[in-house]
Design a binder for this molecule. Sequence first.
Ligand SMILES: Cc1cc2nc3c(=O)[nH]c(=O)nc-3n(C[C@H](O)[C@H](O)[C@H](O)COP(=O)(O)OP(=O)(O)OC[C@H]3O[C@@H](n4cnc5c(N)ncnc54)[C@H](O)[C@@H]3O)c2cc1C
Length: 600
Amino acid sequence: MLDKAPNGKVSDLLNALDKALSAGEVEHAVELFQADCYWRDLVIFTWNIKTMEGKEQVRDMLKARLADTKPSNWKIADGEDASEADGITESWIQFETEVARGFGHMRLKDGRIWTLLTTMSELKGHEEPLGFDRPMGAKHGAERNRKTWKEEREAEAAELGYSRQPYCVIVGGGQGGIALAARLRQLDVPTIIIEKNERPGDSWRKRYKSLCLHDPVWYDHLPYLPFPRNWPVFSPKDKIGDWLEMYTMVMELNYWGSTECKKASYDEKNREWTVVVERDGKEIVLKPKQLVLATGMSAKPSMPKFEGMDTFKGDQHHSSQHPGPDKYKNKKAVVIGSNNSAHDICAALWEAGTDVTMVQRSTTHIVRSDSLMELGLASLYSEQAVQTGMTTAKADLIFASLPYKILHEFQIPVYNAIRERDADFYKRLEKAGFLLDYGDDDSGLFMKYLRRGSGYYIDVGASELIANGSIKLKSGVDVKNLTEHSVILSDGTELPADLVVYATGYGSMNGWAADLISREVANKVGKVWGLGSNTTKDPGPWEGEQRNMWKPTQQEALWFHGGNLHQSRHYSQFLSLQLKARMEGIPTPVYGLQKVHHLG
Ligand SMILES: Cc1cc2nc3c(=O)[nH]c(=O)nc-3n(C[C@H](O)[C@H](O)[C@H](O)COP(=O)(O)OP(=O)(O)OC[C@H]3O[C@@H](n4cnc5c(N)ncnc54)[C@H](O)[C@@H]3O)c2cc1C
């Protein structure tokens, strides 16, 4: 039999899928999938973020969702060609449903679907005003008492939240809240961001002074407005703060700075939130239909409790409160913890002339920034990728197309290659006593991030200082207690200290629901983040997707948004479409709402 070109193979498959789905023939559609298939759906079929694993789950989803999604017009995406390598045929695809247009990605193995990604691009009749449909801005013609753009913006700011209620309130105005609000603005969903800091960007500005983003610029763009081509690879924290402030302004977001959300409760009968905020010393009650907590994965400090902390005479604070090294020249500092913040803070203290010791309790994954960029990210997020035509949107979708269940299989070889390349570096670190790991299954940084959001350092220089002894290290020990002037470790070592920094990480976003709403609601929605991989700090059972992020939760009208810049950019699209559909009264039956297996 003649071997068909990739486009032909994909078109044949899509035609068969189109035919089976249009005829409601679920079994015929399922036959087009491999036994070990994955169908990841971002909202368009499931009104959820959900991966169907294996034919059984694909069948179940189609039986539940085919009748009212009514998918059609499956084809290779306009302007794209399928490609083939190593026995896998892959292609960008497009299709539509009754209410939305979809875009996706497909991989075929032996002529059947191995991975399928389906995503919602836009709701029919509610498209963003882009390109040919962009707003006019000027109103040509003559009109008495016309208002300027500025007057209209001022009027909106004066009435929204006072005489007119927003449809959506986002608590937290870091990059997560800002990116989501930008999308909601384009979808014409009245939204207010509540932020206790004064200015957009302050959540970055207030972090320790040496901080630069750990991820490179290609990974960090915000929706609609990419960084310019001369933007630094690793943005300094105050610069990213300024960008967020500028972005908030030009994207015309209703941003209530210096405003704290005090509490929120949901009226199940009226299907409405009561959100109490304090703005300029005055209490204001907002009544949105939807509440998004974008309060940050790295914003609820986990502060340990050690005996003697109350008697310690020096400075002590969580890493999130660390002011930087200037005050501590020629002093002695002990930094508890061995992840990103601990390393950055130790290095900056050493640079300032502080005698600094890091206390490492358990193993940490270290990956050199260069190696991560070249071996881990380059194919999707790098200047080379840009040069070869990779766009941010495509990179995000390719990344999203790799099912979480098998993502570690793609990651393990990358980290094996990094271990080989940097063998000498790792050897020197171990010689200095540093306890290393590469993830429970050697799958490295990214899986650790997705599973537990902690446990690593992207090395930008501190590791060398540890290897050569400039930063002192005590590993495999815990803190026993503090005295007036020292930290006593579990092996009996006494470390004299003028400063103790607790770089001990952050608590789950679930804690925000408990603080702002109630423990009952926090327990109802359960743990936020993690995949259920049954690895350290990510208990099973397997969930298949990040718990509670960007998708419906067990609490109606309560959503969690956030993550790194890449995730905030990408998933804000799907959360904004879920909110818009609800505002427009489009039915949004959620398929496979996640069950709760773990509390906070
Ligand atoms: C040291 C460090 C380095 C990092 N480096 C990177 C990196 O390189 N790249 C990356 O992508 N991510 C990085 N992160 C992760 C980083 O936290 C997130 O990317 C980013 O800050 C998350 O944005 P966010 O909007 O979800 O949360 P945040 O930026 O934490 O914003 C949450 C906001 O909610 C506000 N808030 C909380 N409660 C209330 C309330 N009750 N009322 C009003 N406002 C409230 C807070 O004031 C805060 O501004 C780093 C984090 C840390 C700690």
